[in-house]
Design a binder for this molecule. Structure first.
Ligand code: P1T
Length: 381
C-alpha cells in the first residue's frame, strides 16, 4: 500500500458486529469475561481499548513499525521511552529540542540517575565522542524544534550499530508523510500527535512506534504499568486526523516553502531557516532523508536583532494566531525564547542560537495570499 492509501486504510478494518466503516467510540473501562481470564482479547481499557487499538494500528502502518502505542501526550510518550533505562544509564540527546523534552530530561530524570549529554548532532562525530559503555539511548529530533537543524538518521544509526544503543527519533516536525525514521534504521519513532497527526489543534496526544514486536511489547508493558494512555475520544480524533495527513502535509509544505521564500526576500529579515531552501546548510540531506516536501515549520530572525521587533510582529498578526503548538490546519506563530522554550535556561538558549529575535511559524493550510499579506502587514507595523 502506498502512503495516501495507508493513511486511510492502513491497519484498519470494519467493525466486526455491525460493519461500521469507522471504528466506534468504545466508551468502556472494562470488558465482560466468560470465565475468569477468558475474554475477547480486551479486559481493561488501560491495557487495550478497541478505539485506541485502531489508532495504534494506523500509527504502526504509517511509520512502517511493528507496533504503535498512543499516549495522553507527547511528553507521556517520551517518559515511556526513558523508563526503558536504568539508573546510571546515559542518554545522548540533540542540543536543540522541544523545551518540554529538555525539562523532562534534566529536571525529572536526572534525579533518577540518568545522565544526559546534549550535543550538536549535525556532526555525527559529536555523538560518537560521547559514547561510553553506559550509553543506552540516542534521542533526536529532525528537523529540530525550533532551529530546524537536520540530523542524518541513517548516519547516526550506523555510528551506534552493534553497541546495544537504541535510537529514538521525535518525528513530530516532519510527520510520517515526509519522513519514516524506522526505514532509516531507528528503533523507536515518537510523535507529539497533538501536532500534524491530530492536525486540528483539538487534542493533546502522543505516540510511539516500535520497529520490532519485542521492543513494542516492552514499551506496552511500561505504558500499561504506568498508565499514561490516550482515551477513546482523543484516539478517535487522532485517527480521523491521520486520514487527511497526506493531503494536509502537501499543503503545509507548499505554503511553508512560499512563506520561507517570501521572508527570505524581505529587507527586515536576517535569516530564514527552512530545510526546503537551497541555502539551508543541510538542504541536500533534507532532500535525501525527507520526501514529498519539507513541511510547514519556518523559523526566522530580524535584521535588527531586536526582541521588540519580534514581539511587535507577533502582536500584529491577524490570520496567524500567537500561540504555542504547531501542526494544525490554522497558522500559528510563536516566540520560542518566551514561550515554548522558556524552560531552557537563557545561557543555554544563547549557546544553541535561540535568540530573542527568533520567531517560529507553523504555516497552516489557508490560502497563501492571505498568509503572505498577513506577514507583510505585521512586518510593516
Ligand atoms: O505537547 P505534547 O503533546 O506533550 O508534546 C511535546 C512535544 C514533543 N516533541 C516535540 C518536537 C514537540 O514540539 C512537542 C510539543 N511542542 C510544542 C507545544 C511547541 O509549541 O513546540
Amino acid at each position: 500500500m502506498k502512503f495516501n492509501t495507508k493513511v486511510i486504510h492502513g491497519g484498519q478494518h470494519h467493525e466486526a458486529v455491525t460493519g461500521a466503516v469507522n471504528v466506534p467510540l468504545f466508551l468502556t473501562s472494562t470488558f465482560a469475561q466468560k470465565s475468569p481470564g477468558e475474554h475477547s482479547g480486551y479486559e481493561y481499557s488501560r491495557a487495550a481499548n478497541p478505539t485506541r487499538q485502531a489508532l495504534e494500528d494506523a500509527l504502526a502502518s504509517i511509520e512502517n513499525g511493528a507496533r504503535g502505542l498512543a499516549f495522553g501526550s507527547g511528553l507521556a510518550a517520551i517518559d515511556c521511552v526513558l523508563k526503558l533505562l536504568n539508573p546510571g544509564d546515559e542518554v545522548i540527546a540533540c542540543d536543540d529540542l522541544y523545551g518540554g523534552s529538555y525539562r523532562m530530561f534534566v529536571r525529572l530524570f536526572e534525579k533518577y540517575q540518568l545522565k544526559f549529554h546534549f550535543v550538536n548532532m549535525e556532526n555525527t562525530e559529536n555523538i560518537t565522542e560521547k559514547i561510553t559503555a553506559k550509553t543506552k539511548l540516542i534521542w533526536l529530533e529532525t528537523p529540530t524544534n525550533p532551529l530546524m537543524k537536520l540530523i542524518d538518521i541513517k548516519a547516526v544509526c550506523q555510528a551506534v550499530s552493534g553497541k546495544g544503543i537504541l535510537v529514538a527519533v521525535d518525528n513530530t516536525f516532519a510527520s510520517p508523510y515526509l519522513q519514516n525514521p524506522l526505514d532509516l534504521g531507528a528503533d523507536i519513532v515518537m510523535h507529539s500527535a497533538t501536532k500534524y497527526i491530530g492536525g486540528h489543534s483539538d487534542i493533546i496526544a502522543g505516540a510511539l512506534i516500535a520497529k520490532t514486536p519485542e521492543l513494542g511489547e516492552q514499551l506496552h508493558f511500561i505504558q500499561f504499568a504506568s498508565g499514561a494512555i490516550l482515551g477513546p475520544h482523543d484516539s478517535y480524533l487522532a485517527l480521523r486526523g491521520i486520514k487527511t495527513l497526506a493531503i494536509r502535509m502537501q499543503r503545509h509544505s507548499e505554503n511553508g516553502l512560499k512563506v520561507a521564500e517570501f521572508l527570505q526576500n524581505h529587507p527586515m529579515i536576517k535569516e530564514v531557516i527552512y530545510p526546503g531552501l537551497s541555502n539551508h546548510p543541510q538542504h541536500e540531506l533534507a532532500k535525501s532523508q525527507m520526501r514529498n516536501g519539507f513541511g510547514g515549520m519556518v523559523t526566522f530572525t530580524f535584521r535588527s536583532g531586536k526582541k521588540e521587533d519580534a514581539i511587535k510582529f507577533l502582536e500584529n498578526l491577524k490570520v496567524f494566531t500567537l500561540a504555542e503548538s504547531l501542526g494544525g490546519v490554522e497558522s500559528l506563530a510563536n516566540h520560542p525564547a518566551l514561550m515554548t522554550h522558556a524552560s531552557i535556561p537563557a545561557e543555554k538558549r544563547a549557546e544553541i542560537g535561540i535568540t530573542d529575535d527568533l520567531v517560529r511559524l507553523s504555516v497552516g493550510i489557508e490560502d497563501i495570499e492571505d498568509l503572505l499579506t498577513d506577514i507583510d502587514n505585521a512586518l510593516k507595523a
